[in-house]
Ligand binder design. Structure first.
Ligand SMILES: CC(C)(COP(=O)(O)OP(=O)(O)OC[C@H]1O[C@@H](n2cnc3c(N)ncnc32)[C@H](O)[C@@H]1OP(=O)(O)O)[C@@H](O)C(=O)NCCC(=O)NCCS
Length: 303
């Protein structure tokens, strides 16, 4: 099979959307979402998104990122697709190998699949894409766990928190939407309590209205919840967190419902709660159920 491989250009987005449409029937990626995943990724770099063409037609695509983590650099494959008519010809292997070599040049010690927080499309590999399981296991990946996305239909439901908020106020806790003046104090608090979520929280402050709600006791933040921080347009909730000392008082439930009510107001029909987490908590407050499952994979690179 003859093909050429080159780096991505902005004008390729439409072709990539079409390729993903024919390769990943369980998903519906749009130009705007792919732009968020590729060009709007803070770690997007040349050479990490490759396209394969045959007679001018896009037949393969891979996107990868390197993130700086606490323990060093971590490699991620963020998206991969080969056109159904061109499979089992070694195309994905060729695209993948170029990326893996780049990771090795960058002294990357391990590669994970898709879970490239804070900007990721899926928190792992959807096992219904069985060809992808076969492919990545052949490439040396080992399963390290699984996770799921929950979902809840939003139409005709009431997520009001008025009575709970009255009660919690008597206990000295105030809850409100964040304003731009909360940016520094919220980020400082996130760094101390939930530092992995800094990127998502920063993204929420860019939205209009700001898509974070905060709980305070004695003017100190004790909990937060956010939405539209990743995969904007798909109705993604999260992240959220309550400091340990403030747990068990209903604060998380109110914060969750406030965001879900906002999402309903914006016009989302469905909210996705990705990469959970405490399934019973979400089921209790908003009756969300498992919508998709993902297998998490890692490849340790020889040093
Ligand atoms: C997964 C995918 C990218 C593989 O693309 P491909 O171009 O067919 O892969 P390759 O030809 O390079 O396969 C390399 C090796 O992977 C394994 N493999 C790939 N597809 C396989 C299949 N359907 N069954 C068994 N093994 C498979 C084989 O070992 C293969 O080597 P071999 O053909 O010499 O036996 C393609 O099936 C695809 O686009 N799937 C849908 C998209 C997707 O699921 N992406 C992941 C979610 S984002």
């Amino acid at each position: 099979m003859n093909y050429t491989i080159r780096e991505i250009k902005y004008s390729d987005l439409g072709d990539i959307t079409e390729l993903c449409g024919s390769s990943m029937p369980r998903d519906s990626l749009t130009n705007s979402l792919l732009c968020q995943k590729i060009f709007d990724d803070n770690d997007f770099s040349n050479g990490s998104t490759l396209l394969a063409f045959s007679s001018g037609k896009l037949i393969g695509f891979i996107m990868a990122v390197i993130r700086q983590r606490e323990n060093g650099k971590q490699g991620y494959i963020k998206l991969l697709a080969t056109h159904p008519q061109y499979r089992r010809n070694g195309l994905a292997r060729e695209l993948y190998t170029r990326i893996e070599n780049k990771f090795i040049e960058n002294q990357i010690k391990s590669i994970r699949l898709f879970e490239s927080w804070p900007n990721y499309y899926m928190p792992g590999l959807d096992p219904f894409y069985t060809e992808a399981i076969c492919f990545f296991e052949r490439m040396g990946y080992k399963k390290i766990g699984d996770t799921s996305n929950l979902s809840v239909e939003l139409s005709d439901k009431n997520f009001s928190t008025d009575s709970e908020e009255l009660e919690i106020k008597l206990g000295g806790i105030n809850i409100r939407r964040a304003v731009s003046g909360d940016f520094d104090s919220t980020l400082n608090w996130i760094d101390k309590n939930f530092n992995a979520w800094r990127g998502e929280v920063e993204a929420a402050f860019k939205n209009n209205p700001i898509s974070i709600h905060l709980a305070f006791r004695n003017n100190e933040i004790i909990a937060f919840s956010a939405y539209d921080t990743n995969n904007i347009g798909l109705g993604w909730f999260g992240p959220m967190g309550t400091t340990e000392a403030a747990r068990g008082k209903g604060v998380g439930g109110i914060l969750l419902k406030r965001c879900i009510a906002d999402m309903q107001e914006i016009g989302y029909n469905k909210a996705i709660i990705p990469w959970v987490g405490p399934i019973p908590f979400y089921m209790h407050y908003i009756n969300s159920k498992v919508d998709r499952i993902f297998w998490r994979y890692e490849k340790i690179l020889e040093s």
